[in-house]
Design a protein around this ligand. Structure first.
Ligand code: FMN
Length: 192
């Protein structure tokens, strides 16, 4: 796919529309390599990735359900089952973790977080360039301490997103996109 076509037509594909196969090992390597090209002030590499696939997805679902039980001991069975099934919707999940330094002398934390977001976005774009569908999702499971601990994410790291990736079974309904002119103005001098 041409780069500009990809950018101008980019759209998320929700996990409910994902099927096997997942990107192969060599495709995943390329997807992660693309993410590692994210703009990164100071070359701090303020991100890392956790790959979850195969049987590990069911284990992650158990972690999500346990976390819900801890948050809400009265959570209904249906809600617990939803958590258990959540990671099974896509054949591959990559968690994008920001390892931002809060007190870096030169690079503010916000720039490091933005860099991690750029890595996440690039990852999904690269997968889409290969014909896969993908979507960045957070939800409670990105912020829950039980989930973070089970994934080996320290308290001072942040889950930027889970990239759910798979082979699309259908196209998403076209979403309205903003007109650039509505969000853009040209600056020609100080605003008085
Ligand atoms: C960091 C991040 C986290 C997101 N988390 C969620 C989420 O938890 N649930 C959700 O419905 N969309 C979430 N989104 C938005 C979707 O990934 C997607 O962008 C949105 O549904 C719009 O579709 P589009 O990408 O085709 O414009 C998130 C986006 C980003 C950048």
């Amino acid at each position: 796919m041409q780069a500009l076509d990809l950018l101008l037509n980019r759209a998320s594909v929700a996990p409910r529309l994902h099927a096997d196969p997942a990107p192969s090992d060599s495709e995943l390597e390329q997807i992660l390599s693309a993410a590692c090209r994210a703009p990164d002030h100071g070359r701090l590499r303020p991100w890392r990735f956790i790959v979850i696939r195969g049987d590990a997805r069911a284990k992650l679902g158990e972690v999500f359900a346990d976390a819900l039980k801890k948050r809400d001991p009265n959570a209904p069975q249906a809600a617990l089952e939803k958590e258990m099934n959540r990671p099974l919707r896509s054949p591959l999940i990559v968690a994008i973790i920001a390892t931002a330094q809060k007190d870096h002398p030169k690079i503010p934390e916000i720039e490091q977080i933005v860099s991690a977001g750029a890595a996440a976005h690039t990852m999904v774009l690269a997968a889409q360039a290969m014909g896969y569908g993908g979507m960045l999702l957070t939800g409670t499971n990105a912020y829950d301490e039980t989930v973070k601990a089970a994934l080996g994410i320290s308290a001072d790291e942040q889950v930027i997103s889970y990239a759910y990736l798979g082979t699309p079974t259908a196209a998403m309904p076209e979403a309205p996109r903003p007109a650039p002119a509505d969000l853009t103005r040209e600056w020609t001098g100080p605003v008085s």
